[in-house]
Write a protein that binds this ligand. Structure first.
Ligand SMILES: C[S@@+](CC[C@H](N)C(=O)[O-])C[C@H]1O[C@@H](n2cnc3c(N)ncnc32)[C@H](O)[C@@H]1O
Length: 303
């Protein structure tokens, strides 16, 4: 019998099966590959460049502390997509008065969950983790581990901006929580005054190329690729064009060929109205929203 490390509450998809190759194939045939695959391997590649690109930590943390401070007490913190746990550790360390020290992190990357757990344990938080792909379906892991009182669910760092369908993800989250629970979400703010080229410019930094191509690297493609960035509406998009191939997984050799152009990165921007209506449509009551220079944060209650 395989054994489960004690901090894992359960895993709805065992780590070894985390990359579903039939889904990968369907996406590649349709001309894209979801950003979520980039977090599997190389571990944290997509993570490492973020502070250079969207440095909204300071305004976001202040906004979130203010949102949480106005609320009642919670029996637990659940975080969706904690990455390496840096943001949550900073937030919890400075908001201990309002947040309990019981933490459950849910992510599709086992490697990042392990990093997050260690970071939180370093600041004295009792952390458990579980695998969940929130783009696929709701999870029972939150209900299975919750105590009686309401929980606060953190969904930070514009993770909503990187998914394929914001409505599917918010609806999966809504179905996994109970009425009265709170969702604290932060997304990147759309700046209408900024010319389109400048939205792209902030991605032209060292390290971003590997992060944007990470989904293709994660599925085992070793190739020379060109990366081009563009803005469509309020979405910054990265396309990879395969120039030449050194190695391709045999089962994907017919869809990954030189000349193929694939979308491998998206980052949406939001304004207050767009975030508000997305939350309401998914079944949340929006209690309060806060727009800072780079981010928009909101606290919402599950109806
Ligand atoms: C942009 S990072 C944000 C990390 C962290 N919240 C922060 O603010 O620094 C996105 C995180 O969400 C996770 N993630 C992305 N897509 C996911 C999915 N479909 N299901 C579960 N986790 C996902 C990634 O593995 C990563 O940990």
């Amino acid at each position: 019998m395989p054994t489960t490390p004690p901090h894992w509450i359960s895993s709805e998809n065992p780590p070894a099966a985390a990359i579903d190759l039939s889904m990968v194939r369907r996406q590649l045939e349709a001309g894209f590959l979801s950003g979520k695959y980039g977090y599997h391997f190389p571990a944290g590649a997509a993570q490492s460049c973020r502070p250079d690109i969207l440095d909204y930590d300071t305004s976001e943390a202040a906004a979130i502390r203010a949102l949480i401070a106005r609320r009642c007490s919670y029996s637990g913190v659940v975080e969706l997509g904690p990455g390496d746990g840096r943001r949550a550790a900073r937030l919890i360390a400075t908001a201990r008065r309002w947040l309990p020290s019981s933490y459950l992190g849910l992510d599709c990357s086992a490697t990042l969950l392990d990093d997050a757990r260690r970071r939180l344990e370093d600041i004295g938080v009792s952390a458990r983790t579980g695998l969940w792909d929130f783009e696929q379906r709701p999870t029972a892991l939150i209900r299975d581990t919750r105590q009686r009182d309401r929980i606060v669910c953190l969904f930070l760092g514009n993770t909503l901006g990187n998914v394929e369908s914001t409505s599917d993800v918010l609806s999966n989250i809504r179905s996994s929580l109970d009425p009265g629970d709170h969702l604290v979400i932060s997304v990147a703010r759309w700046k209408p005054e900024m010319p389109a080229e400048q939205h792209v410019d902030c991605y032209l930094v060292d390290g971003f190329r590997t992060a944007a191509l990470a989904p293709l690297l994660a599925i085992g493609l070793v190739a020379e690729m060109d990366l081009s960035m563009s803005v469509e509406g309020r979405i910054i998009i990265g396309h990879a064009t395969i120039v030449s191939i050194d190695h391709v997984p045999p089962s994907l050799a017919d869809v990954l060929v030189p000349g193929r152009r694939l979308r491998c990165f998206i980052s949406r921007r939001f304004d207050v109205t767009a975030l508000d209506s997305a939350l309401k449509e998914a079944g949340f009551d929006v209690d309060s929203t806060f727009a800072a220079s780079e981010s928009i944060s909101a606290i919402a209650t599950v109806r």
